[in-house]
Design a protein around this ligand. Structure first.
Ligand code: FAD
Ligand code: NAP
Length: 531
């Protein structure tokens, strides 16, 4: 079958891409590996899963009526509510008929003579399309540690991103949880409320800030919706694509009292969450300012966690800049460790050795348990793309091209891979932003390019190698102005053994990024060959 466009992935990105391409009169099909739509929100069903960008922002902005009719029940919606929202969007815009579920794409090869992408699923189905859009997600390939002995473990084990549909009841069980990123931090309080014993194995303490999640009342939701267009407009002009009331002053421009007041205001009130990251204009570029905020956060941990041993383990070390690893946004995470049946173990100093039939063994101890929970993250940004055999011009393989790290032009197109586009992938603000906002920006931009191509009867849209080199250089330069590369994070590929260490996002914010891609468009798609 030959189509105008094939889209891989039915999360926020693939769904919006389908909507826009169909609106433009194209024939489109979305191929999705999962049994349902929703991407991240289909797969990550672990207890406590919810967004960390407020739902009023972490949602599509393309349809005013949709914004008006959907009723979020909490400031930060749960996984199941977000999944219901995505399903509502799919039905409301009659998108389901073009989404093919249970179909994992295994290969995509570019046929140069016919300027077509030839795509095969793992089941051998073959489809062709003029354009191929990879909406495969930044965080869609889970990482299970290669743990010796896991097959012999007599209890059950789970991964946060492959949680059983029917849920898990940990009542009365002894649970070992590995990982203290956003997923581990969100599930700790919920599992602790059920389990008879919860032992959290932590390799690196990360910073976590209070979410101050609250339910909407009919009045508060109505008031928020009345200001929706203004809210969206402010989000577009904010560095992360969401308005966080950024302080425009550097720490040095404020007095000691003003600095403390600013931090307290962001920690306690003002909505909490990522607002903390906008406390000072130089927070992510000036080590002194960053240290000030890191110290403030460590003091908060020490104030909440009563046992000094636990508090010390939970406090991030001095070599981790605040916010350089994705900040966690929690509800009662630190306080959970005040319960006697909840413990934290530093496996950086006492490394995990193996699973045994009855639990987990570290170098010096054994933790007997009924269940092991892996909240060990993802092969982020590149994992999904590299797991497909993608071949461009002259048979060049994306895996080979990206062996030293991902490269792209504008984070959208890859030299040597004509007519292929990536949504919210490496080289774009992507995971450093409100991802739904970034997805809409990318899809809208791609659709404009395709309309231009159609008008000019262009069959082949290819990023030029020199344009890609320039973009990669720019991304590295921008990242090096910040503290982000100082952390061993998934942004850098540091969480996967053997993965190249490259900062994988465009760090300088959504407004600058949008201005740059707009400039390219208005300069006759400079850096692209439209043939
Ligand atoms: P995904 O939602 O990851 O969808 C990609 C889809 O592609 C998946 O369904 C996958 O099955 C499919 N796929 C991949 N490879 C193939 C293949 N070979 N064949 C067929 N199908 C394939 N971001 C925020 O901005 N705010 C948040 O609050 C937030 N919370 C998050 C919470 C969790 C638990 C996680 C893991 C991530 C969170 N993120 C958040 C990031 C989140 O991934 C994005 O916001 C967004 O959901 C990504 O949408 P997407 O469509 O690009 O990718
Ligand atoms: P993550 O941030 O990568 O955290 C994984 C954790 O597992 C880290 O603490 C890591 O330790 C640990 N780990 C990995 N391998 C290990 C091993 N072999 N032994 C011991 N510990 C190991 O993954 P995540 O928590 O799933 O989150 C990923 C991203 O998804 C987030 O950063 C965020 O962007 C998104 N997310 C958002 C939310 C939300 O609040 N809305 C919730 C979940 C996820 P090290 O740090 O030492 O590597």
């Amino acid at each position: 079958m030959q189509l105008d466009m094939l889209v891989v992935g039915a999360g926020f990105a693939g769904i919006y891409q389908l909507y826009k391409a169909r609106e433009a009169g194209m024939t489109v099909r979305v191929l999705e590996a999962g049994e349902g739509v929703g991407g991240t929100w289909f797969w990550n069903r672990y207890p406590g899963a919810r967004c960390d960008v407020e739902s009023l922002d972490y949602s599509y902005s393309f349809c005013r009526e949709l914004e008006e009719e959907w009723e979020w029940t909490e400031r930060y919606a749960t996984q199941s509510e977000i999944l219901s929202y995505i399903n509502h969007v799919v039905d409301r815009f009659d998108l389901r008929r073009d989404i093919q579920l249970n179909t994992r794409v295994a290969s995509a090869h570019f046929d140069e003579d016919r300027a077509l992408w030839s795509v095969r699923s793992e089941d051998g189905e073959h489809l062709e399309a003029k354009f191929l859009v990879m909406a495969t997600g930044q965080l869609s390939v889970p990482q299970k540690p290669d743990l010796h002995g896991l097959d012999d473990f007599k209890g059950q084990w789970y991964h946060s991103a492959r949680w059983p549909m029917e849920g898990v009841d940990f009542t009365g069980q002894r649970v070992v949880l590995i990982g203290t990123g956003s997923s581990g931090v969100q599930m700790t309080p919920i599992i602790a409320a059920q389990a008879s014993q919860l032992t959290v194995l932590q390799r690196t303490a990360n910073f976590s800030v209070p979410a101050h999640n609250v339910p909407f009342t009919p009045e508060s939701l109505k008031a928020a919706k009345a200001r929706y267009p203004e809210r969206r407009a402010m989000g577009r002009e904010a560095i992360t694509g969401v308005f966080l009331n950024a302080n425009t002053k550097t720490a040095a421009e404020m007095t000691e009292d003003e600095r403390i007041a600013e931090l307290e205001y962001r920690w306690k009130g003002a909505g909490g969450g990522f607002r903390m990251l906008r406390a000072f204009a130089d927070l992510m570029s000036n080590p002194q300012t960053n240290h000030l905020v890191a110290e403030f956060a460590r003091n908060k941990i020490r104030a909440v966690v009563k046992d000094p041993r636990k508090a010390e383990i939970l406090s991030p070390k001095g070599d981790l800049p605040f916010g350089a690893k994705r900040l966690c946004v929690d509800s009662n995470y630190y306080d959970t460790f005040n319960q006697n049946h909840v413990d934290i173990v530093d496996v950086a100093i006492d490394p995990i050795v193996e699973a045994t039939p009855s639990g987990i063994r570290t170098q010096t101890r054994e933790f007997a348990c009924d269940a092991i929970v892996f909240a060990t993250g993802f092969d982020a940004m590149t994992g999904a793309l590299k797991s497909i055999d993608i071949r461009g011009e002259r048979g060049i393989s994306l895996r080979d091209k990206w062996k030293d790290g991902p490269t792209s032009y504008l984070g959208i197109s890859i030299a040597g891979f004509p007519n292929l586009f990536v949504i919210a992938g490496p080289g774009s603000p992507s995971a450093l932003s409100n991802v739904v906002h970034s997805i809409e920006t990318h899809v809208d931009w791609i659709m404009r390019l395709l309309r231009t191509a159609q008008t000019r009867q262009v069959r082949r849209i290819a990023a030029l190698q020199e344009a890609e080199d320039g973009w990669v250089h720019r991304c590295v330069e921008e990242a090096n102005k910040t503290l982000y590369p100082k952390a061993k994070s998934w942004y850098m590929g540091s969480n996967i053994e053997g993965k190249p260490r490259v900062f994988m996002a465009f760090v300088s914010g959504v407004p600058l990024y949008r201005a740059l891609i707009e400039e390219v468009a208005s300069n006759n798609y400079q850096g692209f060959e439209l043939a």
